[in-house]
Design a protein around this ligand. Sequence first.
Ligand SMILES: Nc1ncnc2c1ncn2[C@@H]1O[C@H](COP(=O)(O)OP(=O)(O)OP(=O)(O)O)[C@@H](O)[C@H]1O
Ligand SMILES: Nc1ncnc2c1ncn2[C@@H]1O[C@H](COP(=O)(O)OP(=O)(O)OP(=O)(O)O)[C@@H](O)[C@H]1O
Ligand SMILES: [Mg+2]
Ligand SMILES: [Mg+2]
Lengths: 164, 164, 153, 153
Amino acid sequence: MYIKQLELTNFKSFGGTTVIPLLPGFTVISGPNGSGKSNLLDALLFALGLAGSKGMRAERLPDLVNHSQTRRGHSVVETRVTVTFALDVETEWRVTRRLRVTKQGTYTSTYAVNDQPCTLNELHDQLQAFCIYPQGYNVVLQGDVTSIISMNAKARREIIDELA
Amino acid sequence: MYIKQLELTNFKSFGGTTVIPLLPGFTVISGPNGSGKSNLLDALLFALGLAGSKGMRAERLPDLVNHSQTRRGHSVVETRVTVTFALDVETEWRVTRRLRVTKQGTYTSTYAVNDQPCTLNELHDQLQAFCIYPQGYNVVLQGDVTSIISMNAKARREIIDELA
Amino acid sequence: RHQSFREAFDAVNANFQTIFATLSDGDGYLQLESPEDPFAGGLNLVAHPKGKPVQRLASMSGGEKSLTALSFIFALQRYRPSPFYAFDEVDMFLDGANVERLAKMIQQQSQEAQFIVVSLRRPMIEAAQRTIGVTQARGQHTQVIGLDLTAHH
Amino acid sequence: RHQSFREAFDAVNANFQTIFATLSDGDGYLQLESPEDPFAGGLNLVAHPKGKPVQRLASMSGGEKSLTALSFIFALQRYRPSPFYAFDEVDMFLDGANVERLAKMIQQQSQEAQFIVVSLRRPMIEAAQRTIGVTQARGQHTQVIGLDLTAHH
Ligand SMILES: Nc1ncnc2c1ncn2[C@@H]1O[C@H](COP(=O)(O)OP(=O)(O)OP(=O)(O)O)[C@@H](O)[C@H]1O
Ligand SMILES: Nc1ncnc2c1ncn2[C@@H]1O[C@H](COP(=O)(O)OP(=O)(O)OP(=O)(O)O)[C@@H](O)[C@H]1O
Ligand SMILES: [Mg+2]
Ligand SMILES: [Mg+2]
């Protein structure tokens, strides 16, 4: 099992729809400061429900919609991210999250597995079956290494509690 | 004016006496992780009284003495750092700090300018005359850049208060 | 609860020792503040990089600390293996030789799981099977370039 | 007290604008939370890297934040110039091009003051007039090597 493709629509600095095919093994993402590398990992966290807005460096969820969208004055703007996993050579498993924000700033966020709507808890149960856990350090963000060093001993022990 | 030489005796990972000549202009210090680069800057902070033990990554001042000294069982161990400034082609200005630690862990720390004992306040007054201030960001340590980013707005304003 | 913590701790500790030895050629272990009743205390990472006395995180250098923290993260991942991992500039504190060592470890692990690693360091970029470049011209959106999917290893 | 703060703030702000423009080719300025009574509020660093909308520190990338913080440090230093400066791995968040830009700025400033810069990045090492190498063999003390004092620029 591996991530076969990421598809971002109006997510942070990615305007329009960007499709990124991925292969198994070791892939590096590189590029200048501020070009959108960390945003790509935020898209992964967003779609799989692995972090809140703070963990994606946004004050509120609506800040995740590409700014040029919000500036156009549409009554509803939307951002969407789809993660496609290859379970084996023939079978795919797709997770999609969609965030719709009205002009007044209210929003709705919905998840879907293979285009069937589901709740975050149902998604987490299915992810757990594939050994993908929110506290399993699947995604190590910029600054996580430093926070392990500076957190107190009790907080460090609690990391093992959660995995036990 | 520039720093012409650093002399370290039993300071942190520098055992024995190490003399490091310096030139004006742009000098880089490089080397593997854990080899002693940051310790060299700590020696500068130590001699000029610009930081407390925490700022030199030591729990207490006695931890600054090279470990192999403390393990030898001497009744008193000592670390010493001298910073020699070239004021102009002929005149030098030397600052020395000496830390003596007894076996029981009590210690004395003394400063001297051109080998004449002085207090920390007298040293700071002379440094101020040369435009070297503790809060002037002369020495930017590993992590200072990150702390400017994460400090609150009030603490950031206070940096300017101190310079005013 | 004690039982399952104990089991997790022992496994992660064993992982940590092997991984720390590979990454930094020294000895390290996890130390509970109160081993009889783990929940009453915390957890410390104790390590001595090659040839140095045992030390706690606080007195290590920036690079030594980050290799110790990375070994802990790998040790947790090995206890509950997952199909993919994503790292964001975890090599920024490391000198060239340590970046190479970390890259070699990721190369080995990437035979069992997918690794997506954001990095600005040359030894890491060179060790990968492929590189995805991103860029953002003035005022434009992020563009994904150079999707060189031909593996060059 | 207000008067001398005002004077310091205006000078540092002017420095910040010029330096940020050189380091990251964008516009930046210092913003007081309560301009009428500065002591009642704090200070924010506001900057928009080339071609992007104005943003606060919190929503910038790691590299953009560190260039902004570095510009602030340089702006403070320029207000009260000193005979020497020492930097410890301030370039760790930056991509290759930004390390070169920072190195160029240090080269210019090093005509007026002495700069001692600890770095692991190749563009910084190559820009310096000379390099002091340190190393520590297994269990030994720190050795200073390669004191190549012949300027190679
Ligand atoms: N909703 C949004 N719309 C448009 N741009 C956004 C949005 N949210 C964040 N950005 C921009 O994305 C950029 C940051 O991208 P990111 O953090 O991914 O950079 P990076 O490539 O990781 O850089 P570094 O190497 O410095 O870590 C910032 O300049 C930020 O302003
Ligand atoms: N009193 C002491 N006696 C002996 N060694 C010491 C003493 N205090 C600190 N050290 C050692 O010095 C080493 C750290 O050196 P330093 O922090 O200068 O490394 P560095 O070259 O800056 O590395 P990095 O590139 O990782 O930042 C540590 O391994 C630490 O154990
Ligand atoms: Mg980033
Ligand atoms: Mg260091």
